[in-house]
Design a protein around this ligand. Structure first.
Ligand code: GLN
Length: 274
């Protein structure tokens, strides 16, 4: 019986069920309707193969090759960070600033370190009038971002550029810069446990205090923003004060921090003077 196998899988029910949908090529509803059905030995082997990978620690998103973000399904591979719900806050913060009566139309937005393209593609899907530039230093990551732009019909609004932060962008200036850079400290124990073990270290780690990328972006952003342009960056829950300090020192005003759904400081930003 499928239900018995799911319960004996050694995995949380939701994970076992999601992997069963994939292994058996069924929808969630079909799995629910077949819980009391017998399972063939072929299907049992297919289930066990995926469950064993998960028991070995591999993230569900990498096994399935996708993860939902902002209501859309993004392709993910081990070349990219798995999109997190916290990062939806960063997208909302950008969207709020390009909406409303005084908002710019056809604003240009730069996503630094786009990875799967979760931020860039979400912005382009939500606001097809935006001109979004997505950069990443990883060719493999940018391929995933391009794929997601095509998959989610946002390709027309996005330009993908291989670049280490601003390096390949010359003197170009944007109305807004958004980034979810690496911000985990090199020695952080989380890096050697759970899903993070399988994610690209370059998307997670940023020096001894995790601040290297946040510092580099904050230092260079003013040269790539138009007057009154916003810089918004995601960061670790204990980095808010330092990031606000960085932004103020680099000439940003209206400096603010937003809290995620867990109530933790997660996104900080500031605006250049007019
Ligand atoms: N939020 C991620 C984590 O701690 C880190 C993502 C990042 O470094 N940008 O799991």
């Amino acid at each position: 019986m499928l239900e018995g196998l799911l319960r004996a899988s050694g995995l949380p029910w939701l994970e076992a069920r999601l992997l069963a949908e994939r292994a058996l090529r069924l929808t969630a509803v079909q799995v629910a309707m077949r819980l009391r059905d017998p399972v063939s030995s072929v299907d049992q082997a297919a289930l066990e193969a995926l469950w064993a990978r998960r028991r070995g620690g591999e993230p569900v998103a990498y096994i399935l090759g996708e993860r939902e973000f902002y209501g859309r399904r993004f392709t993910v591979t081990p070349a990219v960070l798995i999109p997190r719900p916290e990062t939806e806050l960063l997208c909302e913060a950008v969207l709020e600033r390009v909406s409303g009566p005084s908002a710019l139309t056809a604003a240009s937005v730069l996503d630094l370190g786009t990875g799967s393209g979760a931020i860039a593609v979400t912005l382009a899907c939500e606001r097809p009038d935006l001109r979004v530039t997505a950069v990443d230093t990883s060719v493999a990551a940018l391929d995933v971002a391009r794929h997601n732009a095509l998959r989610l019909c946002a390709a027309a609004g996005i330009r993908c550029v291989i670049s280490n932060w601003f390096d390949a962008l010359g003197t170009e200036r944007f109305d807004m810069i958004a980034s979810n850079p690496p911000y985990v400290a090199a020695g952080d124990p989380h890096l050697v446990s759970g899903d993070l073990r399988f994610e690209p270290p370059g998307a997670l780690q940023a020096g001894a205090d995790g601040m290297d990328s946040l510092r580099a972006i904050a230092a260079a952003a003013a040269q790539h923003l138009k007057p009154a342009g916003w810089l918004l960056m995601e960061h670790g829950f204990s980095q808010g004060e330092e990031v606000r300090g960085l932004l103020s020192r680099h000439g940003f005003s209206d400096v603010l921090t937003l809290r995620d759904l867990a109530g933790l400081e997660r996104v900080s930003g500031g605006r250049l003077p007019d």
